[in-house]
Design a protein around this ligand. Structure first.
Ligand SMILES: [Zn+2]
Ligand SMILES: [Zn+2]
Length: 148
């Protein structure tokens, strides 16, 4: 049986599969290569407040591998060009954060429409996690940044 390949080759270069992402209202659409370098669940107080949730599942990738498809006018950028949270100004959804001197983005995995190959591999900043939330999986936990 033929299955869909994760990537295909054209004249020697591997073209990555692209993942679609969107805010809640659909004003902003983006796509990102399915080539995340790392993925974590962050329990720090800022990520909890930014998402209104117990933790933020996110995955990191080089900034140039994320491309806006529509809604550039509707971006709400909270911070600087090289360090920010990028949201939809219309519905407020957190889409991604620009980090590490602007060279990487941390994609909020909840904004992905498609399923990434990489899943969060650890819990970070567990030292400041919400007391009302209990981690019930077996992923490694780190008080702050992962040291490994
Ligand atoms: Zn929106
Ligand atoms: Zn965080």
């Amino acid at each position: 049986m033929r299955t869909t390949p994760r990537a295909y080759e054209t004249i020697g270069t591997v073209v990555p599969e692209m993942l679609n992402g969107s805010c809640e209202c659909g004003a902003i659409r983006y796509r990102v290569a399915d080539e995340f370098l790392y993925a974590s669940n962050c329990h720090c107080s800022r990520c909890r407040a930014a998402t209104g949730s117990a933790f933020k599942p996110f995955a990191g990738i080089e900034r140039e591998k994320l491309e806006l498809l529509s809604g550039e006018d509707a971006l709400l950028i909270n911070g600087e060009d090289d360090l920010n949270d990028t949201r939809c100004a219309a519905c407020g959804s957190l889409l991604y954060s620009v980090v590490r001197d602007g060279e990487y983005v941390h994609v909020a995995l909840g904004s992905l429409v498609d399923e990434p190959s990489m899943r969060p591999t650890k819990h970070i900043f567990v030292g400041s996690k919400a007391p009302w939330f209990e981690i019930t999986d077996d992923l490694p936990q780190f008080d702050e940044h992962a040291t490994a």
